[in-house]
Ligand binder design. Sequence first.
Ligand SMILES: Nc1ncnc2c1ncn2[C@@H]1O[C@H](COP(=O)(O)OP(=O)(O)OP(=O)(O)O)[C@@H](O)[C@H]1O
Length: 612
Amino acid sequence: MSGTPVGTRQSLILYSRTLGLVWRADRAMSVAVILLTLLRALSPVATLYVSKLLLDAVAGVLTGSLSQHVWPTFLVLVGLQTVVFAASAVASHASQACTEVLAEALKRHCTAMILEKTTALEIPKFENPAVHNAIRVAMNDVGLRPLSALVQALTLLQTVLTLTTLTAMLMSLGGTVVLLLVAAAIPLGWVSFHFNRASLEVDLAFTESARAQNYLAAVMTSDQAAKELRVFPLASHLMGRWQEHYHLYRAAFVKLVRGRSVAHSITAVLSTLFTSAAALLILRRVLDHSITVGDFAFLTGGVAQIQAQFSALANFFAKSHENLLYMHHFFDFLDLQNRDPQAGDEWTEPLRDIEFDSVTFTYPLTDQPVLHDVSFRAQVGQVLAIVGENGAGKSTLIKLLTRLYEPTGGTIRFNGRDIHAYSTASLQRQISAIFQDFGQYHISAAENIGAGLPTTPEGLKQAAALSGALEFVERLPEGYDNTLGRTFSGGVQLSGGQWQRIALARLYHKPARLWVLDEPTSALDAHAEPVILHSLEQGRHDRLALVITHRMNTARHADQILVLDQGRVTEMGDHEDLMALGGQYAQMYTTQATSFLPPLAAAEPHTPAASA
Ligand SMILES: Nc1ncnc2c1ncn2[C@@H]1O[C@H](COP(=O)(O)OP(=O)(O)OP(=O)(O)O)[C@@H](O)[C@H]1O
């Protein structure tokens, strides 16, 4: 993404892609708007010409060169004038209405495209701040820019048509006048073009800063942060950061506005001089008696029209650049290369086992591997616990397993086959998960649990019962149909633990052979752990569950425990094996176990066998 100017060829491509978007958004309205624009383009010339004919007829009667029986001509001319005025007014209102309807369709169409693209983006793309900027730029102006580009294209069409017909008719009356008017329009056009580009460059330069400002404002207005903002002096600190961004932007903005205002004033004076010279030329032709009264009115009206059309044209070139740059970024974003989730073979068979074979991983835009040579196997029917200190790489491991990221080395196998060859979507259908930062969706409880999958009341109930959410969901005023969260009316806010139970219900609801649970009990009360263990036990026959946990009591019930230390597998076995080994697991287990013993017992020397 860059703020580089868009060349002529690229402009044409962008315009044709934009018009394609408009066409797909609403075909009938597109046709209506184009026809109405053509009609409106002819209206200024028609108005001026009928007025000229009328004035010439009036002057003819007054000077006696026309007979007194001119009444039928007047009737025809006034009738014509009425038709032109009425058609022009109706076309203008109809065109406005059609453009509004088309704008709405276009906004929905483009927003849907951005949302579809964003939700299909591979997770690694989100590592890149440039992608966040691109999403912001695209979303920010989606209601404005594509429509603006359309209106601009139509205005150009209308202006060019009006200008050519008008100029052709005026040239016969005064070619120099027309040339003077063209000269008057050039500096104005250049200044508008230059400063619109400068304005867009300022906006682009501050995109990240604007995102930071939005982020800070969102934190300061969110109910989640409200408590900490009061307990810590965080609000004034964040406000200070917000102000810093604002002042930086303001300095650039004021400089731009000042420059534009000075340049506009100078060019306005220049344009006025040229226009006055044109006025003098017209008056001289009046003195020469080389034009009629109607011609005079046509010329002066034409001068005003030409000026208006030139300023519309200048505005077009200025604004179109801005709109085209937006469209350039918009299409750039839509064209972002993305791994197709459907690409590859379809995984259809039931999962039997998984294997990590010397898997290594480094996050995008970083250079330190966070997983080194990780190898292990686990099969359906087992619970595999993954333990280790903060930052050991546990969540990263499951991000690879769930195919959110690709390993940078080694192989992951399902049923002994490299999963690389299979489509991400078909593999992800085998997997259900609760992530550490699970979603809290402010939609109904049923939608939260169902997560887009087909649901039945029994299915929802079963999942809620397994996660321990059944009781509180059924107590909600509207049960499973109740909206969760405080964002919408009728919504009920849940506690942290209740939200986690809803996320667990979502995991249990999906018919998947591989369950991935990243810290599933972090927010749950003491009664919850046995519930989770019980539910894992229930699912054990035809499922493989991977559980990341810091609770050693959860880990001890697993069939296998894998200890990760700084991205390496350092220990693996069941609870008894690892306690006998007396390594990191035994130490973590004993530390947790002894923390519940009375001080005296806790102080006694420890043996692994005793604590097991
Ligand atoms: N998106 C990311 N980009 C770059 N580095 C990351 C990213 N996510 C995590 N890391 C780094 O990878 C390492 C492992 O993180 P990971 O989240 O896998 O640890 P973890 O064992 O799950 O920790 P915890 O117990 O605290 O949840 C950490 O050093 C972390 O800083």
